[in-house]
Design a binder for this molecule. Structure first.
Ligand code: ZN
Length: 208
């Protein structure tokens, strides 16, 4: 994809996510695969509801850039997903209330299981509510290299426990990473998962 088109899609995603309160106080970061060597990703510290194309920069798969601006601090978590999934086109990371709190409610658990929901069908490759999707939960850390290693190890060990395709993961008390073959598919995954997280939290409020 050309950089100009990628930047446009990232700017639009930022407006859309911010309008839903999923990008508070400059949080989150978004990226698109440009080619075999590079991705486009949001610069660090920009308000995601007020992005302009100049807030998007180009980095290689090691996070290196010739740009004077700093890419998002979480760039290693984006580049590793493009390495792990060859068909991946876009990655979204958000700090929503639901994705932040749900990992804390599931204290001590290393995965969130989603099962029986009709809306699971909104996720790529899932055709029935009988599917079971498992999202790994990782402990939060400021050490992005260590977190990237944990994600990679879990991925490679096949411990994501999924019966369907992998759709994302939670970082406890922090937020959600999800992705898609296109930005549109990644946005759809965010919207579906946010709905499912709200359902999970609502169920936990109810008496058994
Ligand atoms: Zn974050």
């Amino acid at each position: 994809m050309q950089f100009a088109e990628a930047a446009k899609q990232i700017v639009e995603a930022g407006r859309w996510l911010d309008a839903r309160s999923w990008a508070p106080a400059t949080s989150g970061n978004y990226s698109i695969r440009l080619d075999a060597d590079r991705i486009a990703i949001t610069a660090s510290g920009r308000h995601k509801g007020r992005l302009i194309p100049d807030d998007v920069l180009v980095v290689d798969y090691d996070g290196g850039t010739s740009d004077a601006r700093a890419p998002s601090a979480e760039t290693p978590l984006h580049t590793l997903m493009y390495r792990l999934i060859p068909s991946l086109g876009a990655v979204l990371h958000i700090h929503s209330v639901h994705s932040t709190v749900l990992g804390m409610v599931l204290s001590g658990k290393t995965e969130l299981e989603l099962e029986g929901y009709e809306l699971l069908k909104a996720l790529p490759g899932i055709a029935t509510h009988e599917a079971r999707v498992s999202l790994p939960i990782f402990e939060n850390t400021q050490n992005m290299a260590a977190l990237a290693r944990s994600v990679t190890e879990r991925w490679k060990a096949g411990q994501t426990g999924q019966t369907g395709p992998s759709v994302g993961y939670l970082i406890r008390g922090h937020g959600l990473y999800t992705w898609g073959s296109t930005m549109e598919e990644a946005m759809r995954a965010v919207e579906a998962l946010e709905f499912l997280f709200a359902c999970e939290l609502e169920r936990r409020r109810m008496p058994p």
